[in-house]
Design a protein around this ligand. Structure first.
Ligand code: CMC
Length: 434
């Protein structure tokens, strides 16, 4: 962060205050209000944090108007086209793309930590078979802190490092187990000779009674989905991880909190909701009815997979996701997917509709990811789980950055209180009926 020589002026009760203005490497300047309360006695109010930078970060940059997403400076489309998820993880965690030796060391470390403590397998049996796999994820990932005590001391950099690598390696295994438990199949142990995405697909789709050969096109698509979802700046789940971590909670617990937040339909749950919506629309001729509903202020229905808090342009991830969807469908020989027809037509109509144009509502990543994941063989209930597998590295990179920041303090927002003012306790016998 660099100081500018500019200040913002605030006038309150006839008194003038000067607020420092800081500049990042790119993006909007920020007005520093950290001393506002001590100097003026007033708080700022920003529900939903639409105008608030909650922290300083060097990891991910989004320009929502331009439709730009950079991981450590690299455009997302270049990483998705030329890189892979393992080096994306390295990049997010350590700041630069790895050289060959660094990559080998990192990939080996991730590959050799994929197994989970055997005792953890018993955890699954405690869940109902029909439990949503995200419910299982919240519980089992949280339970990692009960199994890996030797990496929960956040003051020890070596333990932080081990915890980070353990989570990147083990959360895919837990996710695949949650899937297998959900569909009543035996767990499949990880295989160290496979790359990250291939191993994950195998853990999800192999069965003991026959060979499973990983299709490289599908593995590449899975890897790309992981890259696209790996980090997204201070979104709701990442802010949750940071806030949980700011109290000194261990990283496994913080990531479990992030998974809980990701579950919601306005965040990670949107890919599940988008596919359900496409199913509900069913045929192209019903699209106008749903567009009308989305525009009706009295109808809570929204076009799932459309709109974004930050992107007021086409989500750059959605473009890559659309291409990936086509690659997967072509590879699988799915030439006439009615949902893809509905999706294409819906996108076309919405992009030409004044309501969506005025409100800058463009397709987001979730619009096409559901179609791709379904073609890969995942049920909708697994979509958000896959998002959490990918976002784990982003959460950990952001958590590490926060812990390693010497100015870090517990996150403790204030409020505009509008409840009753002080009043005396009334015994139950003397309380009036409403
Ligand atoms: N369909 C119809 N109208 C919409 C939609 C939509 N998908 N999204 C926003 N609007 C309207 C909304 O009704 C409001 O209209 P008005 O100004 O007349 O009240 C206006 O656009 C602004 O909406 P908002 O809710 O104030 O915007 P937000 O920035 O708080 O919400 C959002 C962003 C993503 C929650 C919202 O666009 C949405 O609910 N989209 C559908 C869910 C979705 O696809 N979420 C995935 C986000 S990308 C993945 C991720 O980051 O997790």
């Amino acid at each position: 962060m660099t100081e500018t020589n500019r200040t913002a002026k605030l006038s309150l009760d006839g008194k003038d205050y000067e607020l420092a203005v800081h500049k990042g490497s790119i993006g909007p300047e920020v007005i520093d209000v950290s001393k506002l309360y001590s100097s003026t006695g007033a708080f700022t109010l920003d529900p939903g944090f639409t105008s608030t930078a909650s922290c300083e970060s060097t990891i991910t940059y989004i320009d929502g108007d331009a439709g730009m997403l950079l991981y450590r400076g690299y455009p997302i489309d270049e990483l998705a086209e030329h890189g892979d998820f393992i080096e994306t993880c390295y990049l997010l965690l350590y700041g630069n793309l790895p050289n060959a030796a660094q990559r080998k060391e990192f990939e080996t470390a991730i590959t050799y930590h994929t197994m989970i403590h055997e005792q953890m397998n018993r955890f699954f049996a405690g869940f109902r078979r029909d439990a949503h796999p995200m419910a299982v994820m919240v519980g089992v990932v949280g339970a990692l802190s009960a199994f890996y005590h030797d990496s929960t001391d956040i003051a020890d950099p070596a333990q932080r490092e081990i915890a980070a690598r353990r989570m990147i390696a083990k959360i895919p295994t837990i996710a695949a187990m949650a899937f297998k438990y959900h569909i009543g199949q035996p767990f499949v142990y990880p295989r160290n000779d496979l790359d990250f995405a291939s191993n994950f697909l195998r853990m999800c789709f192999a069965v003991p009674c026959e060979d499973y050969k990983v299709n490289p096109v599908l593995a590449r698509a899975m890897d790309r989905i992981f890259i696209l979802h790996a980090d997204h700046e201070q979104n709701a789940s990442t802010s949750t991880v940071r806030l949980a971590g700011s109290s000194g909670a261990n990283p496994f617990a913080c990531v479990a909190a992030g998974i809980a937040c990701l579950w919601g339909p306005a965040h990670g749950g949107a890919n599940e909701a988008a596919l359900e919506m496409l199913n509900e629309i069913g045929t192209v001729d019903r699209i106008p009815e749903f567009i009308d509903r989305a525009k009706d202020r009295n109808d809570p229905f929204r076009l799932m997979g459309f709109g974004h808090r930050v992107y007021k342009n086409y989500d750059p991830r959605a473009k890559i996701m659309q291409k990936t969807a086509h690659e997967v469908l072509d590879e699988l020989g799915i030439t006439d997917d009615p949902l893809l027809d509905v999706a294409r037509e819906l996108e076309k109509i919405a992009l030409e509709d004044p309501y969506f144009i005025e409100k800058k509502l463009y397709p987001n990543i979730d619009f096409y990811s559901g179609i791709t994941l379904r073609a890969l063989g995942f049920p909708t209930s697994m979509f958000t789980v896959l998002f959490s597998v990918a976002r784990t590295v982003g959460w950990i990179a952001q958590w590490k950055e926060m812990i390693e920041d010497p100015t870090q303090r517990i996150g403790r927002p204030r409020q505009l209180y509008t409840g009753p003012t002080e009043r005396g306790y009334v015994p139950v016998t003397e309380r009036k009926d409403d």
